[in-house]
Design a protein around this ligand. Sequence first.
Ligand code: RIB
Length: 305
Amino acid sequence: MKVLDFGSLNIDNVYSVDHFVRGGETISSEKLEVFSGGKGLNQSIALSKALAGSGILVYHAGAVGKEDGDFLLTQLEEAGVDISFTARLPVKTGHAIIQRDRTGQNCILLFGGANQAVTEEMADEVLKDFEAGDFLILQNEISQIGYIMEKAHEKGMKIFLNPSPMDEKIAGYPLEYVDCFLLNEIEAAGICGIEEDAASKEELLDQISRRFPDAQIVLTLGGEGSMYKKGDFIAKQEIYKVPVADTTAAGDTFTGYFIGGIARGESIEEALDHGARASAIAVSRPGAAPSIPDRDEVEKMGKKG
Ligand code: RIB
């Protein structure tokens, strides 16, 4: 079995600020740091680390700019990810402008760049090397998501969708092909077509699960942990509390470790627990991809309860 993450690669420009800049306001930042990031790249690295020693290889497909994106490919390779399906294009690499405030919270502005230059032909070229039962992991930061889902479904691949960032394109994707959604409350409410605070988290989980009865649903709840539902089976996971340095990529780390756990044959409870431990370690460190822990660190962290 192979794991393919078809997703974004970004250069993250992280500005440390006292508070997020408001409309019409100009503020100075205290520090600028540049990290590798992008939801796709972060999740590939988390997946690869989660799968260490399992013999299952993670492939990253996507695109960077050939002038400025090579360090992102190096980061993937150093984490054991196969990059033979990642193109180098004559455009700018995608980037993110991230404000990180004193409490470690962030807000993110994206420039798609090469991530939005993925074509149907590129997708066909990648997918021809994958087959029924292989895992496909998608977020919402590249072009051609709907097409990739159609083709992967035709092949019988197992589709995991993290519909982030949420936007109007999501409703146009063939969501009925998704085997597992990993999403937060805003994304779940958006997909159900309701206001964010119109339903409790239990109602939201129930609504999305009724809309996609064959799919596994993982609802992430920030400081309140996460919930899983498939049919009548429900599991809950609390967070591991740690001092917060930077929340960037916490969700990506959780996603990679959860899916990696499923690929390794862990129970749902174990996969949720590994996701929670890994994301706790990630928030205790600065940056996106560089904050993602190795599997042995995750194993060594004391298990909750
Ligand atoms: O989820 C965090 C990521 O979102 C950052 O690395 C940034 O690049 C954006 O894609």
